[in-house]
Design a binder for this molecule. Sequence first.
Ligand code: AMP
Ligand code: MG
Length: 343
Amino acid sequence: MKKQVFLLPLLLLLLCGCQQAPQESSTQVYAMDTMMDLTVYASTSEAGEQALHAAETEIYRLDALLSRHDESSAVSAINKSNGTPVAADEEVLSLLKTSVDYFQQTNGAFDVTVAPIMDAWNFTGETPRVPSRQELDQLLTLVGSDRIVFGDGTVTLEEGMAVDLGGIAKGYASDRLAAVFEENGVDSAMVSLGGNVYARGTRPDGNPWRIAVQDPNDPSAYLGVLLLTDKYAITSGGYQRYFEQDGVTYYHIIDPKTGDVARNGLTSVTIVCDSGTMGDALSTALFVMGYDNAVSFWQSYSTDFDMILVDEAGTVYLTEGLKDCFDSSLAEHEYEYVYLTKN
Ligand code: AMP
Ligand code: MG
């Protein structure tokens, strides 16, 4: 009996000693028009490399499916509908239906049918331009997610209409990466797909991940650090893709009601939540809504989430749930931080 009492701690000590510290593996991927950083911690570097390879494969698969600039993608096939039903696979149909749900829930602020308007602005091309009011009014007749018709495994768009999943695809991709990591036994990882961060589990030392939040008014500075475990932190900001003309900055988030760049006083919106897809759709939508509507939306939305809103004056608004997971001590400028409550 006595022997067992001494043997047990010895055995535990030996087991702990044999267990290797998790190995870090990381890679960069350029896809979906953005640079993506992926870091995983796994029991061996081989296991980490294998998980990263699976993640890369998944990202390229989604890019090939959802890109509207790739002529052979499923989304391009849908965009050639011209009034006739197009067969689409279940995954694309499901993401499109989810997008239409967000259109309904955000009172039209999130609208994937802004594609023809995006083309007119040509943000991603070599020659972006400011379309005339007349041109935008003409193109607005092709906008409205409530006009997308779903059939049995098909989708129909009216002639001239097109969809652009750029406001939701990276968030969806981060959800898919969560599944890939699960399949590969990785429970500690951090990925950043452009402005879309997914913090899986904790850091190997058991502490939360630290995610710096950029100052949209001075993107070289940080306005604080989010401390997150198993969360998505997804940012939409005018500073992420833009061009300047005659001293005015034009950026890639469009108000679907006007066809114009969404200028409602906000310079960035970060959503912190449990779903990449939701975070991505809402970050775009709340940016379009502006401060008042974004706060009302947060107060009444059916699913809880947290957010950080930054306005043109540089005030940082944070929802109350972030109080214990936001560290402003290393911020590079002085900011006014205001906490928002639900009542
Ligand atoms: P994000 O960076 O997630 O806010 O998404 C911006 C991208 O979403 C743009 O590059 C467009 O492809 C698309 N987009 C722009 N405005 C909207 C909108 N109001 N609703 C849905 N997608 C949009
Ligand atoms: Mg988005």
